[in-house]
Write a protein that binds this ligand. Sequence first.
Ligand code: ADP
Ligand code: MG
Length: 453
Amino acid sequence: MSSAREIWEAALGELQLQVSKPNYDTWLRETTGISFQGDVFVVGVLNVFIAEWLTSRLHSLIRRTLTNIIGRVVDVQFVVCLPGQVDARPVATLQADGGTATKSKISVSAPRLKPGYTFDTFITGESNRLAYAAALEVAEEPGYRYNPLFIYGDTGTGKTHLLHAIGHAVKGKGHRVLLVSAEQFTNQFIIALKTNSIDDFHNKFRSADVLLVDDVQFLSGKGQTQECLLHIFNHLHDNNCQMVITCDHAPGAIASVTKKLKSRLEWGLITHIGAPDFETRLAILKLKTRQLNISAPLEVLQFLAAHFQHNVRELEGALNRVTTYAKLSGTEIDMGVTLEALSDIVKQENDRQVTLKPELIIDTVASHYGITPKALVGKRRDRKTALARQVAMYLLREQNCYGLAQIGKILGNRDHTTVLHGCEKIATEITTNPHLKESVEEIRKELAVEKLA
Ligand code: ADP
Ligand code: MG
């Protein structure tokens, strides 16, 4: 039989998958397996409050998890066990003796900076250029320019990535950086209140040169925590310490946040990250394939970029899924594997999405270039017509997700290799030719209007 410590390590591995990251970091990360005798498994925690929290919220999940690992039903007990302390006493004893444990220090760790989330792995495009530039400036001269820097946008648009990137950059310059999600801030605040260690809590946050707070919308409705953050804000601001905040809404639109805190959040620079455009999505995918050292045909990347439009996390998830699927089936990544791997998602998307008729795309492109739709699908090869035709190939691929052969057919029975060449040419040229990029954007906008009609 393995030791209590090993069993608990295994249980933590399971629990990490089942609770949110902030909860895991706050309540479970610093626990240890102490003993396992008879049917009782004893877990060491840092203070009474954590023990109480785990008992009231996670007891049955933990019990189930341990029972699965051990193979028979066990009971779980939490004991307070400070690091280095030899005799762990059960919580009940501590509560009865006048709350000795309330003096224990909070040593719940803040989230660490994620190694991959740096400025050089952040792809920029129209949607995030301003936020990126502001983040870079703040990282260069923290505390002077925009304080706080407030970055907001929908989920999966790269806010956390940028926040960590600032963290890495300023840490590299020797600043004391503290990164915390608002959820974790709240958890730690509650622990501090319950364990009479609010001074430690304040000191910890006030000692930062740079404070990074992720997902501040989590403080909605939590008046006391908001008040606490406000005090920390004032202190840091007075001392020219930089704060960077991320949120899913602009400060004015966060629900149930005090006016005072809102106005503080609006003091510096507010910058928005939108959904990435097609080229940005494609560039992100290309970067990810390089990072993961996988090779995927451009056609596949274009398909993914066309399908997953709003959320980079989903885009990455789709690439990972395709990669895993190909690996498991022992094949190279191609369109066939991609469609199979994503069949459920793609079907749902198709059901949801209003797809445009190919004729409409052809008409819109032709009219943008001042030629007739007939010419576009015809035999003419002058530069303007050829370009319009290739743009049509590219947009048909992007907007409708047709196969290459099908697009060839729609555009006057052309070969699929001609279509592939056209799509690739536009995909490459668009990154270096601003005029072309602008044209494609304009046509996309017109098509978007059609979609709504
Ligand atoms: P958010 O915090 O806005 O919900 P994240 O920062 O967690 O989004 O981003 C989700 C995933 O997408 C992360 O893996 C991140 O690295 C990646 N990502 C988002 N935007 C970009 C970008 N512009 N360049 C590279 N990767 C990005
Ligand atoms: Mg985030």
